[in-house]
Ligand binder design. Structure first.
Ligand SMILES: O=C(O)CCC(=O)C(=O)O
Ligand SMILES: [Mn+2]
Length: 202
């Protein structure tokens, strides 16, 4: 198994139990720059709160949820949809062609700087289906992404670069957790788009 640093041209990150396929430069640098600038300045960012250990705390990032009408519930929060934009739909269509899957929602995350982060979790809510395909686009500052196997504890990591695509599929949500750790030296913002297919929970 090569270390992620030896995969500058992309490839499969997981040695077993699912897939996490990394495709750097999925978007051209120009398209990635344009999408980043537009999303940063026009997205109606929401600062959500999580209920943890008996109190409400701010999520350490900003986000929005865009979908064909489906809501999304995770960590006790229900996200109601914000309308799609041409840019989000254009990138969705590119992800659909690449993965041969249809997506009906995207969670857009803004990590304002290296203090913003996302803790260990799996996107394993029932509404995602049993083996979800998740297409994850990175824009802006490069951040480390880690995956940890639930049983062996093995960790693999990759630097998610501007314009890259990471496709998680198969058993990756059942057998692995993933996170964006804090990176105190990073001062610039990063935007992440995770395209999903979400089933109505009613
Ligand atoms: O920011 C990322 O690259 C990961 C986002 C993620 O895992 C999520 O939104 O569930
Ligand atoms: Mn996730």
């Amino acid at each position: 198994m090569p270390s992620p640093q030896s995969l500058p041209f992309g490839g499969e990150l997981l040695p077993t139990d699912g897939s996490a396929l990394f495709i750097p430069e999925f978007l051209t640098p120009q398209d990635a720059d344009n999408a980043f600038e537009e999303l940063l300045s026009t997205t109606p960012w929401e600062q959500r709160q999580l209920y943890m250990y008996g109190k409400f705390v701010d999520e350490p990032r900003w986000s929005t949820w865009h979908s064909d009408g489906v809501t999304y519930t995770y960590s006790g929060i229900t996200r109601t949809p914000t309308p799609w934009t041409p840019t989000l739909l254009g990138i969705k269509s590119m992800c659909e062609t690449q993965t041969d899957h249809v997506f009906n929602a995207v969670l857009v995350n803004l990590y304002r700087n290296g203090n913003d982060h996302l803790s260990w979790h799996a996107d394993d809510e029932a509404s995602n289906g049993p083996e979800p395909v998740i297409a994850s686009i990175s824009l802006g500052a490069e951040r480390k992404f880690e995956l940890r196997h639930n049983e062996t504890g093995e960790v693999v990591d990759v630097m998610l670069s501007h314009g890259s695509l990471l496709v998680m599929s198969g058993l990756s949500q059942k057998c692995w957790m993933h996170r964006i750790p804090k990176s105190p030296r990073v001062s610039d913002p990063r935007i992440n788009l995770t395209y999903r297919y979400v089933y109505h929970d009613e």
